[in-house]
Design a protein around this ligand. Structure first.
Ligand SMILES: [Zn+2]
Ligand SMILES: [Zn+2]
Length: 306
């Protein structure tokens, strides 16, 4: 059973890095593993994405549960490697007493089940998905609102190449918004795919921004893509990721309580991420607001209680 009381929500960060894991002395503080966040709330264990960080989550769960079964729901935002590559190394998936529900949306040209099976196909991996001994239930999501036990979840497609969801989890102790990969709408990915004119793209981008602000409004915690400094972003427009000022701007507009900068760039060491957090805090102060800002850090625990 979860080790926290029912009205407390616990977050643990198992991977905060974007793109590729970077195990280096200079990344020890914020961590080198790719995306995985654990949420314990209302008697549920929910993992957000299965980047390389999910391997360590698996080890911790096995240590905690020992001979007891592990019941876990895994929500996947999208199919990029840094969000799914850890699943073949998630030890609880190899134990028949465990139940793992895996949920996410179909991609542009691939079903959700195909996406999840892909990293475990020969010749890329020696064990196929169907050989996992746990009860692994992989189903695509078709609705934008659903429940994981008592936790209500709302989803929204964000601005990232291909299909990419953001999730907002409503727990009894507060809400958590998780947008690990998202680019400001200034560059609209769907405009290219749908052949929009520049005017149509500008109008759609403005509407999407308003809808996203409403989706995030009042979140207790916003975990948000802030991969680039503002200067770096200028040479990475269209890559699918956000900048420090775009993350702060969204957090301010949505009046969230706490902003956690996420999807740290593989080329950024701890000192660089520290500087980006300082810059984000400065921008918040400059706007006369009191949003708490930090960089999401591997190994960190965040408790929400009401
Ligand atoms: Zn990513
Ligand atoms: Zn991505």
């Amino acid at each position: 059973m979860p080790s926290v009381p029912a009205l407390t929500t616990l977050l643990r960060f198992w991977g905060t890095r974007g793109s590729i894991s970077v195990p280096e002395p200079g990344t020890l503080h914020y961590g080198g593993n790719t995306t995985c966040v654990e949420v314990r709330a209302d008697d549920e264990i929910i993992a957000l994405d299965a980047g390389s960080g999910i391997r360590c989550l698996g080890i911790a769960l096995e240590k905690e549960f020992q001979s007891e079964p592990i019941r876990l729901s895994l929500l996947i935002t999208h199919a990029h490697w840094d969000h799914i590559q850890g699943l073949p190394f998630f030890a609880p998936a190899y134990d028949k007493k465990n139940e793992i529900r895996v949920r996410g949306y179909d991609g542009v040209e691939m079903s959700f089940a195909e996406i999840m099976a892909e990293p475990m196909k020969a010749p890329f991996f020696p064990i196929a998905m169907r050989e996992l001994s746990a009860k692994v239930d992989i189903k695509k999501l078709t609705e934008m609102e659903f429940c994981v036990g008592k936790v209500q979840v709302r989803a929204r497609f964000v601005n990232h190449p291909g299909i990419c969801a953001g999730y907002r989890l409503f727990t009894s102790a507060g809400s958590i918004a998780f947008l690990p990969d998202h680019e400001p709408y200034r560059f609209l990915h769907s405009a290219r795919a749908n052949g929009m004119t520049p005017e149509q793209a500008e109008k759609t981008a403005a509407e999407e921004r308003i809808a996203l602000v409403e989706f995030l409004r009042g979140s207790d915690i916003l975990i948000l893509d802030a991969q680039y400094t503002d200067t770096e972003y200028e040479s990475h427009v269209g890559w699918g990721h956000g900048s420090v000022s775009s993350a702060v701007s969204l957090a301010l507009a949505a009046e969230v309580r706490r902003l956690l900068l996420f999807h740290h760039d593989p080329s950024h060491d701890d000192a660089k991420v520290d500087a980006m957090v300082d810059e984000a805090r400065r921008l918040v102060r400059e706007n006369g607001k009191e949003i708490e800002v930090d960089g999401a850090r591997e190994g960190e625990e965040v408790v929400l209680s009401n």
